[in-house]
Design a protein around this ligand. Structure first.
Ligand SMILES: *Cc1c(COP(=O)(O)O)cnc(C)c1O
Length: 397
């Protein structure tokens, strides 16, 4: 099947087949794990041609590897991008994009409710190299426009945001970024390419923590960069190969295995999430539920416009505050008390005492993370069992 034909297929066909060709030598249907750091040249001329780029082939796994190439093609096809670069983690994907495009004196505009380490990367580490950043609520596009400076090179957005579930208008942000000669970089971890394709909405680069939905089985840490243009792919590659962000072939194999069921898993998780969100919204011990699929979400219309689905992440607030939040964590039996998200299993966590415990209570309040705030990543268990688990756990509060 040619790459062009694949691009016209549905998401499930892409998830199963894009990049995953049967092995030309053995016919193996599953992409083999080429667990080799280095590749032998046929002779001196072959080695020279590979180094010159005159011939296609493999030299050394940090630079390229067939198992990793298959995964890059798979995710790039799903995201409608020109090419992918697979990284050791989601954070490696994000930092590689910054390292490729930012110089001392440059400026980044980014969301204030970012995945924690993404914020620390800019605030603490890139600041040491003379990169400035401004954090704004990117759901407010006027605030994004106002934060732009002549030296802004990247606008960085996570949508829906973690853990507030606020939605950012990607088309509007792309226009603002491009008007200022900056690139729009979108962390698409929460929606996966099944439900949101930022490159089609004007973004230049997508990054993923494939640790979450794309791999989906809570057994791998991995990341991916997808560029809209081949020029940007070529511009990132030197930083990618020299900073050493590459993944391992076995890691690539695991994600290739997980991605085949991506379309089914995210739809199953979404169906459960929708039902559970409605159940929780009507529960007397819950003050509100924030889920993009609920009409009560303040940006329900925007979400419907730019996403093909609502995903399976939600947050809700317990009327009983901090103590009720902790008690719920100790009372659920089927939902697993753990950080991370996007796995086949339902994961629950209490940001005020866990992921966001390092913030002062005041700054948590400003970010909307109250004591009774709960974050939930809904998995693919049988729905009735999930609801029964929440019923019994909420009864204990
Ligand atoms: C988990 C996560 C990351 C970081 O990914 P790792 O694979 O843990 O390095 C980045 N962004 C978002 C939105 C995440 O959820």
């Amino acid at each position: 099947m040619s790459k062009k034909d694949m691009r016209e297929m549905g998401m499930s066909s892409k998830a199963i087949h894009a990049g995953q060709h049967s092995d030309p030598i053995t016919g193996a249907v599953a992409v083999p794990i080429y667990q080799s750091s280095t590749f032998a040249f046929r002779d001196a001329d072959h080695g020279a041609a590979l180094f010159k780029g005159a011939e296609k082939g493999y030299i050394y796994t940090r630079i390229g590897n067939p198992t990793i190439d298959a995964l890059q093609e798979s995710v790039a096809t799903l995201e409608n991008g020109a090419g992918g670069l697979a990284t050791a983690s989601g954070m490696a994907a994000i930092s590689t994009v910054y390292m490729a495009f930012l110089n001392a004196g440059d400026h980044v505009v980014c969301g204030e409710a970012l995945y924690g380490p993404s914020r620390i990367l800019l605030e603490t580490h890139l600041a040491r190299f003379g990169v400035q950043s401004t954090f704004v609520d990117t759901a407010d596009t006027d605030a994004v426009a106002a934060a732009m400076k002549p030296n802004t090179k990247i606008v960085y957005v996570e949508t829906p945001a973690n853990p507030t579930i606020k939605i950012t208008d990607l088309r509007a942000c792309a226009e603002i970024a491009h008007a200022g000669n900056a690139r729009l970089v979108v962390d698409n971890t929460f929606m996966s390419p099944i439900f949101q394709r930022p490159l089609d909405l004007g973004a230049d680069i997508v990054v993923h923590s494939m640790t979450k939905f794309i791999n989906g089985h809570a057994d791998v840490v991995a990341g991916m960069i997808v560029t809209k243009t081949i020029e940007d792919w070529k511009a990132i590659r030197p930083a990618f190969t020299t900073f050493g962000a590459n993944m391992d072939p076995h890691q690539a194999y695991m994600v290739l295995r997980g991605i085949k069921t991506l379309n089914m898993r995210v739809h199953c998780g979404q169906e459960n999430a929708m039902r559970l969100a409605k159940y929780l919204e009507s529960h007397p011990k819950v003050s509100w539920v924030r889920y993009p699929g609920l009409e009560s979400h303040p940006q329900y219309e925007l979400g419907k416009r730019q996403m093909d689905g609502f995903g399976s992440l939600m947050s809700f607030e317990l009327k009983g505050g901090h103590e009720a939040g902790k008690k719920l964590m100790d009372s659920v039996e089927l939902a697993v008390l753990a950080v991370s998200l996007g796995g086949i299993e339902t994961l629950i966590q209490h940001p005020a005492s866990m992921t966001h415990a390092g913030m002062t209570p005041e700054s948590r309040e400003i970010a909307g993370i109250t004591g009774g705030f709960v974050r939930l990543s809904v998995g693919c268990e049988t729905y009735e069992d999930l609801e029964a688990d929440f019923e019994q756990a909420l009864a204990q509060l």
